[in-house]
Structure formats: C-alpha cells, structure tokens
Write a protein that binds this ligand. Structure first.
Ligand code: ADP
Ligand code: MG
Length: 703
C-alpha cells in the first residue's frame, strides 16, 4: 500500500533509474510527485468516427489495428512504422518514426485509442496522423489515461516523457495514497468554498469528466484555484513570520531628527527637493526614528533624484555617531558616487571612503581598520562590502543603490552577516507592482514619481546601421553647440572581454574617421580605475566631446551637459538597460535625444523593445512592457522568478487570489483568530512553511 512518504522508486513504472532523474529535480517521494503539476491540458475527449475526421484538428479515434509495417529509410537506423487501422466507417493511417518496438504492441486485431492531428493526404486516401499518442484499450477498461478525456501535459523530467509522467501520475491518483495533509483551516475552506487538498490534487492531474478545459488551461478551475490560494497563503505566512522574527531579534537604533540635523542638511543642499523626494524622506526619517528596523525600497525612474535621498538619510544616521554603507553594483559607479558624496559631505566634516577592489593591500588594510574603529563615517563600495565581511564599529544604515543589479541573494547575505541595521534599497528599474510583492514581499515600497524641475522629455529615434553617417552628423551638431555625446557599444555576449574589444574598435574608427578633430574618450570595464576615473572626470568637466563606453556607464553616471546618447546594436540590449542608458541624458537644460542604431535583422522581441523605447519615456510603462515581452519567468532571471518561487501560482495572473490569501494569512496569524485554534493544524502548517520557505527567508523552528 502506498502512502505519501513511499520513495518514488517503488511506484509502478518508475524504478531506480527514473527515480534518480526525479531526485535531481527534488522529487523523492510519492508526495513530491503528486505535487508535480501539469502546465497545460489537452482535450482528448472528443471521439471521432474515421469518416467524420476534420483535417487539421485534434481528436481521438478508437480503432482496430489492421496491419503494421516497419519500413527502412535511406538513413541508417532510421525506420518508419506505418499502421493501418479501421473502424466501421473507414480506415486511417498512423505513422511513427523510429519506434520499431511498436510492432510488438500494436498487433493486428488490437483495439487502440489514437490521439493526434489528422491530415487528409489528398487523392481520397486515408486520413493520416504522425507521431500520434496512443493507448491500448483493454477489455472492460473504463478509465483511459492518454486519450478519450482531458489529459494533463507535464514538463519532461530527464528520461521521463510527458507520457510516462502521465501514466505514473494516473496510477498514483487513482489509488490516492493516504496521508495527503490538509493545509488550510476549515473556516477558510468554507469561507471560499474550496475543495479539500486531496480532491484538488486529484482533479488538477485528471480533471473530472465533462470539466471545461478552458478553465483548466486558464488555471481557473476550482481545483487549481485552491492550490494557488494555498501557495500564496503559505508564502505570506512565511513573510509574516520572518517579519515577526526580524522585529524581535533586532531592534534597530533610534535615530531622532532634530534642528541641528535640519541645519546641516539645509547648508548641504545644492537644490530644493521635489515634493516626492520630501515625502519619501519624511517616511524614511520616521522609520529611522523608530526601533523597528527599516526595510524600505525606493523606486524612482532614472534621474528622479534617488542619490540625494540616500545622502540625506545618511546624515541622520551619521549624526547619531553610527556608520553608513553605500553599495552600488559596479566599481565605476562606486567611484562616481564616492566623488559626489564626498563633495557634499566633507565640508560638513564627515569622512567618506571608497573601498575599491583596486586598492593596494596596505591601503586597504588601513581603510578596513579605520572603518572598524569608526574613523570613517560612510563607506562607498560594491557589494564586496558585505561579501567580504567588512567590520564596522557600528553600522546604522546600509544603502543598496540600483538594486536591480543585485539579486535577492545579497539582501539575504546582508542579513546573514548580522547587519541588523536599517536598510534602504533604491532602484531605477521600477518593478511592476504585481511583481514587487513577490520579489520584495519583505520590503516596504516608496515611489519617487516626480522628476526634478526643468527636465525635458528625451526624443528617441531609431536608425539603421546603414544610416550611421546621419547619426555622426547629429553628433557633430550637438558637439558644435557645446554639448557632449555618449556612444555606447554593443553588448556582445555576457563577456566583458568581447564588449571591450568592440568598444575599442569603435573608438578607433571614430577617432580616425569622422571625429578626428574632436576630443573622444573611452571607458570600459577593463581599464585601471585611475584611467577610467580620469576619463570620466574629464567628461564631467566638459573636456571630452564624445565618450565611447561599454555598458559600464549604464547606471548612475551623471553629466548634465551630455545631450545625446547613441546606442549601437540597440537590438541586443534589454529594455530596462536601454531605458537606463537613455536616462544618462536629459539631465540638463538642453533638449536631449537618444538614437537607437540597429543592425538587421532584429528579432520580433527586439522589435517590440525598440518600439516601446520610441513610444514612451515612462519607466513604469517600460517595466510593464518588459514584463509583457519576456513573461515573469524570465523577468528577474530564474532564481528570482515567480516561476521558481511557486509551483502553480502566478503573481500576475492570480493577483486577486494573492490579495485574498495575504489578507487571510495576516488574519490567521492574528492572535485572536478562531481559525487558528486548531493547534495541530497550526503546528503542521508552520512546519510546512518552514520546509517550503525556510531557506529563502531564514526561518527556523517557527511555531
Ligand atoms: P537617480 O534617481 O537616477 O539616481 P540622481 O540621484 O543621479 O538620479 O539625480 C539625477 C540628477 O538630478 C542629479 O544631477 C541630481 O543632482 C539632480 N537632482 C536630484 N534632485 C534634484 C532636485 N530636487 N532638484 C534639482 N536637481 C536634482
Ligand atoms: Mg542613482
């Protein structure tokens, strides 16, 4: 007798070899496999008589085998199996490639269900079907697995084809093993009329007869909805538990804001804050003043002025005598932030340092010591700051800028390093709200939805590579007016070396060709930091007309006099990246433009990205579009994707259930909820939550 803990290898049709493949994707027990869900369904319930077959349509016929021939082909080891079968209305032909063994199964006289797309081959011949799915009809058999019903389609696992998976799961579901636990409180099942877990699992694999397939393929059947609800419910329980743990473990320091701080800030400020900046800062100040650790994400489009928000928050923390870690994704950006922040802070007497990977060992050791004894108030660096376990005397605030370049992982690391400090995360790639919840369920979100005054929209144009001459003329015109130009070179692959080569080649062709009389600079990720810094600074001072660069300049770089951004091979860039790059211009008084230079033939997806760029300058719209084009799975890379996060739930598609589940999870954890009175269920549930989400959320021994 199977129960849910039975190792999968003992299930009929599996065995040790297949069990090994399954183990690779984490499926070890009967229960694990039961939770491996179909990703779509096929309707094979429609039975045809051969005479009624509609060409080009899917359908199932029940037929009797007349004959079977194995024909060799000119290719060695490549054989064709040809089957002729009949019913009382006519004959058909079915063809399989390289499945010679069928001659032992499909013997003349056997009854068989055949499912596939039938074609008429003309000349009044039989309908023909290639590589059809089939199933032998046993005497007295009522249930069919592969045909004659709505059948589930699974993603292949190693050598286990969708068909084998279907057979094994059918076997499991028919004699549903004991012990499938219910994970939702009775009251919730009743409130939302949800089927039991066992029932839902059964029907999600093998929908009941007459079930509407559209509902199943849209993941809206009640069986699926129940499982989706459950996933969200457990997810939010985990989030809440994690928050509760955070709160009790670390009380962050209280950083009050008083008049002396206001005075310092007033003196420092190079401009008036926008009202969006003021609102966000007010929230941050309140959170810094509270013992509850701040976990805040500030989303703001490129150029919305996030840096100053981080800078001002730092003042509050440094005035209390604690330190700030300011982390950015690249060395170049670290260098630039360092320069800007130092300019603001040093007059006020704060010591700002740059922890660069390029420091000599002796300088580095000295700096580490100064950080540890508190002489340095604010350290700018890449995420090496946390990875290498830099020790602070007392870290009050960690700022992560351009968060989209960091994964969730580094945030977890941050916590694991025991930095129980306040956390401010800033991103210029606005995340669609629906996904922000999945990705940043543990962060509170603020939005900087206003650009500093005087910004003009950036005209965005497309040019073919064959029109490069035109582009050069535009560049010349900008330069003649005293402005500066970025020229970004193609991202060849995920290879910095190749990027650099392309950039160097382009640099040389510009210098030797059309811009021999202009000052052209080059930055890329393989130069020494000194060289790069000098070039960037020279560009910042207006001593360089054209800056040729790889995507190292993608984030953060700020030169208001630059008014033209040329992106070569724009079709190769991601949408978020293009938007980031475009945001390097349009920062000054002059009207700015971006030119997307493309080479044939952009893929259809690339076309959509380019269209979106030309059409809108709004980062939020761009991010929604990006999501549409790529789908949520790809949006953040697999590790962070919604797909990897959930088995069946989809934060976008199922947003209504998501909100309901969140509400119910909060209510369930609320102390006085009667639903929570079932102590046994509560224990089981919380253990389950830890199993599922413990690693990701650092939960242990909850409940
Ligand atoms: P991002 O949000 O992309 O990081 P930055 O912080 O780099 O934007 O700011 C972009 C530019 O706008 C910088 O030159 C900055 O000095 C300027 N800026 C920021 N806030 C204001 C403001 N309130 N008024 C005028 N200029 C501002
Ligand atoms: Mg920035």
């Amino acid at each position: 007798m199977l129960d849910i803990t039975t190792p999968i290898q003992y299930v009929k049709g599996v065995g040790p070899k297949k069990a090994e493949a399954l183990a690779k994707v984490g499926i070890r027990t009967v229960y694990d496999l039961l939770l491996y869900l179909p990703f779509r369904y096929e309707d094979r319930s429609r039975r045809w008589r051969i005479a009624d077959i509609e060409p080009g349509q899917n359908g199932t016929v029940e037929v009797e085998v007349v004959s079977l021939k194995v024909r060799p082909t000119r290719r060695r080891n490549f054989k064709i199996v040809e089957l002729v079968a009949k019913d009382d209305s006519g004959k058909l032909k079915a063809v399989w490639f390289n499945q010679e063994y069928l001659k032992d199964t499909l013997t003349p006289g056997r009854r068989v269900l055949i499912y596939g797309t039938f074609e008429h081959t003309g000349f009044g011949l039989f309908p023909e079907v290639k590589n059809a799915q089939y199933e032998l009809v046993e005497e007295g058999q009522e249930e069919t697995t592969h045909a004659g019903r709505i059948v589930p389609v699974y993603e292949r696992i190693g050598t286990m084809s969708p068909k084998i998976l279907r057979r094994v799961l059918h076997f499991l579901v028919i004699g549903m093993p004991h012990g499938v636990p219910e994970l939702l409180p009775e009251a919730i099942l009743e409130r939302y009329q949800l089927p039991s877990r066992e029932d839902a699992i059964t029907r999600v694999h093998f929908p009941e007869e007459g079930a509407p397939i559209e509902l199943f393929n849209a993941f809206r059947s009640d069986a699926q909805q129940r499982l989706i609800f459950e996933e969200f419910f457990l997810f939010f329980l985990a989030l809440e538990l994690r928050r509760a743990a955070d709160k009790s473990m670390t009380k962050s320091r209280v950083f009050p804001v008083d008049d002396s701080i206001r005075e310092i800030v007033r003196k420092m400020m190079p401009f008036r804050l926008t009202s969006a900046q003021r609102d966000v800062l007010k929230t941050i100040a309140e959170e810094l003043a509270s013992p509850r650790p701040m976990r805040r994400l500030v989303q703001g489009d490129v150029g919305s002025g996030k840096t100053i928000v981080g800078v001002l928050a730092s003042v509050i923390v440094m005035e209390a005598g604690t330190q700030v870690a300011f982390m950015v994704p690249t060395e170049l950006l670290a260098e630039q932030h360092f320069a800007n922040i130092r300019k603001l802070f040093e007059p006020a007497g704060y010591r700002v340092a740059l922890l660069s990977a390029r420091l000599k060992k002796s300088a580095r050791d000295r700096l580490l010591e100064e950080i540890e004894n508190g002489e340095v108030h604010l350290v700018v660096g890449t995420h090496a700051l946390i990875q290498q376990g830099v020790r602070f005397r007392e870290l009050g605030l960690a700022i992560i800028d351009e968060q989209h370049r960091f994964g969730v992982l580094q945030r977890t690391e941050l916590r694991d390093k025991g930095l129980g400090c306040d956390l401010l995360v800033m991103t210029a790639t606005p995340i669609p709200r629906s996904l922000a919840m999945v990705l940043h369920g543990d962060l509170d979100v603020s939005v900087l939805n206003e650009l500093p005054p005087g910004r003009k929209p950036i005209a965005t144009l497309r040019r073919e590579a064959s029109e490069l001459k035109d582009v050069f003329r535009m560049m010349e015109r900008e330069i003649a007016q005293g402005h500066q130009v970025y020229f970004v070179c193609p991202l060849v692959e995920e290879s910095e070396k190749l990027d650099v080569k392309a950039a160097v080649a382009r640099f040389e062709s510009l210098v030797e060709g059309p811009f021999a009389k202009r000052r052209v600079g080059l930055v890329h990720g393989r130069m020494s930091s000194d060289e790069r810094e000098q070039t960037m600074e020279a560009f910042g001072r207006g001593e360089i007309d054209i800056l040729v660069a790889t995507t190292v300049i993608e984030v953060g770089v700020d030169v208001p006099n630059a008014s033209l951004m040329v992106i070569e091979h724009a079709e190769r860039f991601g949408l978020a990246q293009l938007h980031q790059l475009r945001g390097r211009v349009g920062r000054g008084e002059a009207p700015s433009s971006a030119v997307l230079v493309t080479y044939p033939q952009p893929t259809p997806e690339a076309e959509k990205r380019l269209e979106a760029m030309v059409e809108t300058g709004d980062g939020f719209v761009i991010s929604e579009r990006d999501l549409e084009i790529r789908g949520p799975g790809d949006y953040f890379g697999t590790r962070q994707s919604g797909a990897a996060l959930f088995r069946i739930a989809d934060a976008l598609r199922d947003h209504a259930l998501r909100d309901t589940a969140k509400k119910e999870a909060l209510r369930y954890l609320g102390a006085d909820d009667v639903d929570a009175s079932d102590a046994e269920l509560r224990g089981r549930l919380l253990r389950h939550v830890v199993d599922l989400w413990g690693d990701r959320f650092g939960l242990t021994a909850a409940g």
